[in-house]
Ligand binder design. Structure first.
Ligand code: G3P
Length: 224
């Protein structure tokens, strides 16, 4: 595993992070990570996954896995293909790409067997508590209503982070906790770490920034 804390940048389907622009953003993330000594990981768009893996040495995640089954499943992203592409792991169950609990269980079991890193997104306390029992590498608590907005979860809902951190510590101490939604500044990162998180998961703050390098440098400076 990579050193913690980690700043994970999800490229989502933003035009600003497609193709060559996605590669450039990944290179910038790597440079800022090297300069700051802070682990920065990226989750590029699926069609760019293997390209980005070849381009950078920082951890690269898929944004989603459909199934562990290989074979006649046209259009599916399989765990096998993600692993073959060289990703260290994958986001799972993102608010914009939910999957059934039974599928999450199956995928995480296989990811753990393959020693892949899973970032399992959750929307509230109860779901975080329940899904932590599936033994993902990380639970990433992201209140959906704050995603893509200007108010960070660390300011709007610090109590949900604290509750999730405490519950995971108690029920599944081997599972890490990330948080995201509206995270944009060093202050947000610092607060997430103070609240007990192992890092942050963010997207628009970096991808839509006029100056992603400067934003990433600022975010990294939130790790003391
Ligand atoms: O995956 C990260 C995410 O959903 C948060 O998005 O744009 O609020 O940083 P954003």
């Amino acid at each position: 595993m990579f050193p913690l804390p980690v700043i994970v940048v999800n490229f989502k389907s933003y035009r600003e992070a497609s193709g060559e622009r996605g590669l450039e953003l990944a290179r910038i993330a790597q440079e800022v990570s090297e300069e700051s000594g802070v682990t920065i990981a990226v989750a590029p768009q699926m069609v760019d996954l293997a390209l980005v893996v070849r381009e950078v040495k920082i951890p690269v995640f898929a944004q989603h896995i459909d199934t562990v089954k290989t074979g006649s499943y046209t259009g599916s992203t399989t765990l096998n293909a993600v692993k073959e592409a060289g990703a260290v792991g994958s986001l799972l169950n993102h608010a914009e790409k939910r999957i059934k609990a039974s599928e999450i269980d199956e995928i995480i079991t296989e990811m753990n067997r393959e020693e892949m890193v899973s970032i399992l997104c959750t929307n509230n306390y109860a779901v975080s508590k329940a899904l932590s029992l599936l033994s993902p590498t990380f639970i990433a608590i992201e209140p959906p209503e704050l995603i893509g907005g200007d108010v960070s979860v660390t300011t709007a809902k610090p109590e949900i982070i604290t509750r999730v951190v405490k519950s995971v510590e108690k029920l599944a101490p081997e599972v890490g906790v990330l948080t995201g939604a509206g995270v944009k500044t060093s202050k947000d990162v610092r607060r997430a770490l103070e609240l007990g998180c192992d890092g942050v998961l963010l997207a628009s703050g970096v991808v839509k920034s006029d100056n992603p390098r400067k934003t990433l440098e600022d975010l990294a400076s939130g790790v003391d």
